[in-house]
Design a protein around this ligand. Structure first.
Ligand code: ZN
Length: 206
């Protein structure tokens, strides 16, 4: 929802309730990434309006401080950055103990090999396909190789791609092995977002 119209957030959540499987929330703290987005007042409002699963992507330092609060939202998934968690194993256990699935996010410059040992405990890996902080950027092409590498590492893993996903590259991401696609400005930036949602769903399921 980073690209949604925040003055009409209820309307935009309704669109996602009708067309998306998961609602993805990008929380930024201005220190791990060079931007600030929104915090718990917005997360709580979205959680109330949303009828789909919630995936909270924390682009923040010390995400482990917010596990209980995130579980209370009813979130299905809590995504933390590898770069922000010196004790990633502990953080993942705590997310699981709070009843959520655990996702680990890698920035474009972080190789997938850093997950070799922890991958058994991870439910989803989110590959940033742009440098995090801003919507509307272009997908970095070598991220497709990272998807392939991860898919080989753990065949049943959920692999999520976030940043620059558009109608003209989503199939390349799927073919590389991704199965969860975060789409923001490719939908909300368009004159007919509903139509674009349908096209995305058709492409991915077709
Ligand atoms: Zn995200």
């Amino acid at each position: 929802i980073l690209a949604a119209d925040f003055l009409n957030l209820g309307r935009d959540i309704e669109l996602l309730n009708n067309h998306a499987d998961i609602i993805h929330l990008d929380v930024m703290d201005g220190t791990l990434v060079p931007n600030i987005s929104f915090g718990f007042p917005v997360l709580e409002a979205v959680a109330k309006a949303c009828t789909k699963k919630l995936d909270v992507h924390y682009m923040i330092n010390n995400p482990g401080n917010y596990i209980e609060q995130t579980a209370k939202l009813g979130a299905m998934m809590m995504n933390v950055h590898y770069e922000a968690c010196p004790h990633l194993h502990r953080t993942i256990q705590e997310i699981h103990n709070a009843g959520m699935k655990a996702g680990v996010t890698l920035n474009p410059a972080t190789p997938v090999s850093v997950l070799e040992d922890i991958i058994k405990d991870v439910d989803m890996v989110l590959l940033m396909s742009v440098n995090p902080g801003f919507g509307g950027q272009s997908l970095i092409p070598y991220c497709l190789d990272k998807i392939r590498e991860l898919r080989e590492m753990k065949p049943e893993l959920d692999i999520q791609i976030d940043g620059g996903v558009k109608l003209d590259n989503i199939l390349a991401c799927k073919e590389a092995g991704a199965n969860v696609f975060v789409v923001g400005s490719a939908i909300f930036g368009k004159p007919n977002p509903e139509e674009v949602c349908r096209e995305f769903v058709k492409l991915v399921n077709g």
